[in-house]
Design a protein around this ligand. Structure first.
Ligand code: DP6
Length: 366
């Protein structure tokens, strides 16, 4: 089978500065974060996941990135965050541009002025690398399209953007699509791949995600360190088998709108993720008393009301409450009454399934 990395590398070599249609321009994309229902945890080689994952794109939690680009003899990258120069994120962006230049060698002839901002606060338990890297990857694909007239087809454009986003952050590959996405090869999901994510048909199942902030502090152990600990994890093989099984069950549940299965799989995934952290060598735990109090409340409310509300967790102590759109009213009341008391200063973010990235700036008539 032909690997996409080989195809894109080969294609990139043929995009030579002499063929550029344009010398300078601007592009901008708003791209969402996503919440994983089956978790990506552990990677091999060039950002390949050890197991498939499933997520949905959010609507209110996003990054907006604009890139001004121009052909120059003295290429530079200037990065600012919300208008202010940011050296720490700037060096990550610079390393990323270096990494993707293998697939987009024309970037070596360009100066880039990149500005980025997030719609959500730092450390809110929202994967900012997913929205930031997917927004940047969309901008890079737009630059290619602007300069060479390639990637006119939306599917081809998103596919390449997902490939490039993955190289910046694995979870970013899944932010490119409306609704649900799957990343990672699974024999039961036609077309699925370790190199790119793809959208999953969801026939009207619309979910919300209310993010309950229990602690907005910096995480003591980063996701990158957590991924590394999966390399020699004693339960690695069992985890991989479980994630394959969960992906099949969850994609089936989404297709059939089977909320019973969805709730079971989503909660098992969340607790497994943190179980894996605790059983790593060295082991660590990120959950706090408030997280556990919320988890108990969720299970009690579900049992009493019959409403299919469940919790999921990213690599931190904040809780993502996932539930169908059509139970929003009853759920909102319960959140106010029972859950906000467990949040840091009563903080929560109301989010839900979104429509994927949106173009916000382009060269020529806006
Ligand atoms: C727990 O995508 O942040 O959120 O590829 O190293 O950037 P890198 O990791 P990242 O890991 C996300 C892990 C997770 C689960 C998930 O989103 O699937």
């Amino acid at each position: 089978m032909i690997r996409l990395s080989d195809l894109y590398r080969e294609h990139g070599r043929r995009l030579t500065p002499g063929d550029m249609d344009l010398q300078a321009g601007i592009t901008g994309w708003r791209s969402p974060s996503n919440i994983a229902l089956v978790k990506y945890w552990g990677k091999v080689g060039e950002q390949m996941p050890i197991n498939p994952s499933v997520s949905f794109s959010l609507s209110e939690s996003y990054t907006e990135t604009t890139v001004e680009f121009g052909v120059t003899d003295d290429p530079r990258i200037v990065f600012s965050f919300g208008g202010s120069l940011s050296e720490s994120f700037g060096s990550r962006v610079e390393a990323y541009i270096g990494r993707v230049s293998e697939y987009l060698p024309f970037l070596g002839a360009l100066s880039l002025r990149i500005d980025s901002s997030n719609s959500f606060p730092h450390s809110a338990g929202i994967a900012s690398s997913a929205s930031a890297m997917s927004a940047l990857a969309m901008c890079l694909c737009s630059i290619e399209r602007n300069l060479f007239g390639t990637l006119q087809d939306d599917t081809a454009f998103k596919r390449k953007a997902s490939f490039l986003a993955r190289l910046g952050s694995g979870s970013a590959s899944r932010s490119l699509f409306p609704g649900f996405a799957v990343w990672g090869h699974h024999p039961g999901v036609p077309g699925s791949s370790d190199e790119v994510a793809q959208p999953l048909p969801f026939r009207g199942l619309r979910l919300r995600d209310t993010i309950l902030i229990t602690d907005s502090g910096e995480k003591p152990v980063s996701s990158s360190a957590g991924h590394r600990l999966m390399e020699r994890h004693p339960y690695r093989e069992a985890r991989i088998a479980q994630a394959f099984d969960h992906t099949l069950k969850l994609t089936g549940a989404i297709r059939d709108r089977d909320m019973h299965t969805l709730v079971r799989v989503v909660e098992q995934e969340a607790l497994t993720l943190h179980g894996l952290m605790m059983s790593s060598d060295p082991g660590y735990g990120l959950l706090n008393d408030r997280t556990w109090a919320i988890i108990r409340e969720v299970r009690r409310f579900r049992e009493q009301s019959g409403i299919p509300v469940c919790f999921t967790l990213d690599a931190g102590p904040n809780v993502h409450l996932v539930y169908p759109d059509d139970h929003q009213a009853e759920t909102a009341e319960w959140i106010d009454e029972r859950l906000l008391q467990h949040c840091e200063e009563g903080r929560r973010i109301d989010d839900g399934m979104g429509r994927g990235p949106e173009e916000i700036r382009k060269t020529g008539p806006q």
